[in-house]
Design a protein around this ligand. Structure first.
Ligand SMILES: *[C@@H]1O[C@H](CO)[C@@H](O)[C@H](O)[C@H]1NC(C)=O
Length: 219
């Protein structure tokens, strides 16, 4: 729900913001290349209680100005998911969403019509029949980071694994190391299991496929 830059800034200033806990993985494309599509699926873990659990895949631009993200939100005591651009510049309305039962699979998509003109189309659907779409004009924010995050406030990671499958990231680069060597694991805070990312280069673009990537538990 927060762009990761905010977290870094706060951590740099005051160490006692430990009520907020982060676990996240990041695929970062080489300088000057950008992501045009990020799709995949994840399973909603059992929600332990009504509390601020934010679980999400998301995209960030190089300046970390914000994050485009479908957020699985546990505050009501039932998971809810919707897409949004957090948190400002431009200020855009949060998209529509739906409830997700524990154990249901959510399919997500974020695709930009043109890296330059930058309107992102978002799609969400679940194995429970929920679906939602959104449109986010972000022309000044080409994206270079594809993230998988667990963001917690005053609660611990006790819900078990956060498992992604069939993840596909497309970027306009012919380099592949960002895919095959990725992702980075913030502070090595999470135990991660993953299949080997597979990169395919065609037409000046790299398609990065990760069949399975799981944030298993706190390290
Ligand atoms: C990727 O696309 C952007 C926007 O069109 C362009 O500025 C950039 O040069 C492209 N990068 C590569 C490596 O092709």
């Amino acid at each position: 729900m927060k762009a990761l830059t905010t977290c870094f800034a706060l951590l740099a200033l005051v160490q006692y913001v430990s009520a907020q806990t982060w676990y996240f993985l990041t695929f970062t494309t080489p300088a000057g290349s950008y992501i045009s599509s990020y799709t995949g699926s994840f399973v909603a873990p059992p929600l332990p209680q009504a509390a601020t659990y934010y679980l999400w895949p998301g995209l960030q631009p190089p300046d970390n100005a914000g994050v485009l993200q479908p957020v699985l939100d546990g505050r009501s005591g039932t998971w809810w998911i919707g897409d949004g651009w957090c948190c400002a510049n431009p200020s855009l309305a949060w998209g529509s969403g739906f409830n997700v039962a524990n154990g249901q699979t959510v399919n997500f998509g974020m695709k930009v019509n043109s890296i330059q003109s930058g309107t992102w189309a978002t799609t969400l659907s679940s194995s429970g029949g929920g679906s939602a779409t959104g449109s986010f004009p972000l022309p000044t924010h080409p994206m270079n980071q594809a993230i998988m995050a667990i963001e917690l406030y005053d609660v611990a990671w006790t819900f078990g694994q956060f498992a992604f499958s069939n993840v596909v990231i497309v970027a306009n680069t012919t380099s592949t190391a960002w895919c095959t060597n990725g992702p980075s694991n913030y502070q090595n805070a999470a135990v991660v299991t993953k299949s080997t990312p597979v990169a395919t280069v065609s037409g000046g673009q790299t398609t990065c496929k990760i069949a399975s990537i799981i944030l298993v538990r706190p390290a």
